[in-house]
Write a protein of this length. Structure first.
Length: 72
């Protein structure tokens, strides 16, 4: 599975994954579920190409940036 850097816009953060042709539908669903469960991603787009490659876009809401918090 190839991962690209996240793309950030105003409200959302996007990440593209590429799943190789040999990955079964069940294995792909499991991998995407793990991303959703532990990293907060949701499925945005899936494209299946004729060679069996899947390109998946995941998205999640941007979190507010931490503002220089200093503990006293």
């Amino acid at each position: 599975m190839k991962q690209q850097e996240a793309v950030v816009d105003e409200d959302w953060e996007y990440r593209r994954l590429q799943l190789p042709p040999g990955v079964s539908r069940r294995a792909a669903a499991t991998q995407l579920s793990i991303h959703a469960e532990f990293a907060g991603w949701e499925l945005s787009t899936v494209r299946l190409y004729s060679d069996g490659t899947r390109r998946v876009w995941l998205r999640r809401k941007r979190r507010p940036a931490d503002v220089g918090y200093l503990a006293s």
